[in-house]
Design a protein around this ligand. Structure first.
Ligand code: 5FU
Length: 263
């Protein structure tokens, strides 16, 4: 049962090298907190990352909401990732034919494959979307994908069959060296201990927003929903003291994980 296993033990089961690295990083840093930095200005993002860097295992970006994007920005992000020891995930949710996602991943304004360790991807197009991503990376052996098997928002159209078929795609022998984990909302989706469950929609003080987002508490995300890594966005970024908020989420999430594997 992967929910009872330590991240150290699970790193031995990971088929994707980046997942192995991430499991080990989480164990060393004692953090299973991913922060979503959904802010429009480069300066504000870098300022925030300098404050939260010590507390996170993954920094999650939406690069297409940045208004003043430039190459120096991603160089600075990568330097901060090395300084504070976290991975960078671009939450691009690729969802097109292989040829298109290959260009979207490797080319265009953002050249995501050059700076993001991890990306998210919808399973909707099937195997071709993963082949396209492999094709768009210079060397995919140091890159990983999180496949969306479920979403956090109320009213989303994903059903049980879609989730199950997504897991089949993830476990397929030709993809499993590239799949680092699964984005989902319940503990029964991920059974393979080598895959990392990433769960967005986590906040301490709210249960929803005005645009269908649904939140659970850090404890519920880890212990009831089976998250290995919880994604926190506005719960931290809207706080008047982001460093203290990041530390609070990190502590709550890590204690929930410790109590999950000990119980
Ligand atoms: F795949 C998903 C999902 O199912 N729900 C999400 O909320 C991704 N997300 C992302 O997590 C979303 O795009 C935001 O970047 C982040 C949640 O931010 P919040 O401010 O904590 O609601």
């Amino acid at each position: 049962n992967r929910l009872k296993m330590s991240f150290e033990a699970r790193s031995n089961h990971a088929r994707c090298p980046v997942a192995k690295r991430l499991f080990q990083l989480m164990a060393v840093k004692k953090s299973n907190l991913c922060i979503a930095v959904d802010l429009p200005k480069v300066g504000a993002i870098l300022d925030l990352v300098m404050k939260i860097g010590p507390h996170i295992c993954v920094l999650k970006t939406h690069i297409d909401v940045v208004e003043d994007f430039n190459e120096n920005f991603v160089h600075s992000l990568v330097a901060l990732a090395e300084k504070y020891n976290f991975l960078i995930m671009e939450d691009r949710k690729f969802a097109d034919i292989g040829n298109t996602v290959s260009m979207q991943y490797g080319h265009g304004l953002y050249k995501i494959s050059q700076w993001a360790d991890l990306v998210t991807c919808h399973s909707l197009p099937g195997k071709g979307v993963l082949d396209g991503l492999k094709n768009g990376a210079v060397d995919y052996s140091n890159k990983g994908v999180f496949l969306l098997a479920e979403m956090s928002c109320r009213g989303n159209l994903i059903n049980e069959k879609y989730t199950k078929d997504t897991m089949e795609l993830a476990m397929d022998g030709s993809n499993n060296d590239f799949i680092a984990g699964i984005v989902c909302q319940n503990p029964h989706v991920v059974t393979n201990p080598g895959l990392i469950q990433l769960t967005p929609g986590v906040q301490i003080s709210n249960t929803s927003d005005e645009l269908s987002q649904q939140y659970s508490s850090p404890q519920s995300a880890i212990k009831e929903k089976g998250a290995d890594i919880a994604v926190v966005g506005r719960g931290v970024t809207n706080s008047p003291n982001v460093a203290a908020a990041a530390e609070e989420y990190r502590d709550q999430l890590w204690s929930a994980y410790c109590s999950r594997i000990e119980s």
